[in-house]
Design a protein around this ligand. Sequence first.
Ligand SMILES: Cc1ncc(COP(=O)(O)O)c(C=O)c1O
Length: 454
Amino acid sequence: MAGGSFSHTPIDVIEVATKYRKINTKIPVPESIPILKKMYSLEAQAMHGQLPMIWDKACGFQVYDKWGNVWLDFTSTIFVANAGHGNKKIVKELKNILDKPLLHTYTYPSQERINYLEYLIKNTPKQFEKAFLLSAGTEATEAALKLMRLNGQKNKKIKNGIICFEGAFHGRTKGAQMMTGDQKAKAWIGYHDPNIYHLPFPYPWNVNNPKDFFNTEIKKLLEKNNLNAKEDLCGFMLESFQGWGAIFYPQEFIEALFSFAREYNILVTFDEMQAGFGRTGKLFGYEHYKVEPDILCCGKGSSSSLPLSIVLASKQIMDLPDIGSMSSTHSANPLSCVAGHQNLKAILDDGLITSSEQLGAIFHQKLNQIKDKYPKHLKYVLGKGLLAALIFIDETGKPLSSLCDIISEKAFQKGLLVVHTGRESIKLAPPLSITKDALLEGIDVLEECIKESI
Ligand SMILES: Cc1ncc(COP(=O)(O)O)c(C=O)c1O
């Protein structure tokens, strides 16, 4: 139906009135239905399918509608509002630039852009000497694809080989989608770039020896495609964890991948769209692996608000494209730069990475206790810091996606927003500014929903 699988029929729900949540209407709100239907009639349906609510205001870790309901947010929209919804530092500096006004500069410089670049480079790992600012995450992964190939061409590689992973997601534009590991999602393209390859993802439950797994799979891939690692491979593209299930790679797998990449002069890019800006208890998710990637792609949590994606790399890599051959109309928009600058400042100055690590430990401890109570349905709790994925699989190994739909909808009715993945996982990602009290309340609500749904 238009609007996706969630019911659009308002029903009576138990009234909620706690410090952090308030539900005082039928859910969905009856008055919201004609407004939602109007939107469905005007906009591409691909944008729809979300829980039926209309956001009016979002502050800190709470979301408000205009009918008096308040939700505790375990989504950060979608890993965006890491520094908290409507972060005061971001809002204050945005107001200043609106008052100037300076709303757009194209590629003409602005002081805001220079200040941000300087702060960003100073506060990110040392191998990142230059940044390229864009708007969407998919643009950042496309740019990384281009940089890896230009570097390969400079090094006289014969083929432009890029190795990605089955099950990965890197965006919805053509190059990003070709790197994505989901055949169905990219069927619309009609052909496949012959120099983009996919390795199987080392799911921890499938792989006993991650190092051997990497070495065996890469050997098979080279043989099958008649590739010479030194001459034909330019880059690896990998998410810091596989998105739908917050599944980190085994450490030994990453070590084997890096030793292979360094031996054959192949660049390594991490896609940090979901993992970046404190989400996992470190500034960047890849830092858990103690490695130094060549290129980093960020988005989502890089501004906690306005469209801003980032590519980071060394000077040598970043300056491969000629003047004018890697830019975009809205690149480094002054408003996005201000939002990005204040966002990073808030994350660093307000200790949000430490909060993510410390609250994350409590979060995972509590979620694992829930897992132990419902072993017939809840098989894994994955993720790190204030990122978690609950994977629902029954005793026969059957993925329980519709149970996840039911739990997400029930949570919505009780004033808690969780990330609905459409798969056998529920993802949780509260703003890093959440308090312990609110985090514990949200976990209790989630447990109530699981108990009532199975
Ligand atoms: C890992 C990853 N890469 C790339 C993207 C694409 O980002 P955007 O939707 O901003 O284009 C996403 C978005 O969900 C993502 O999760």
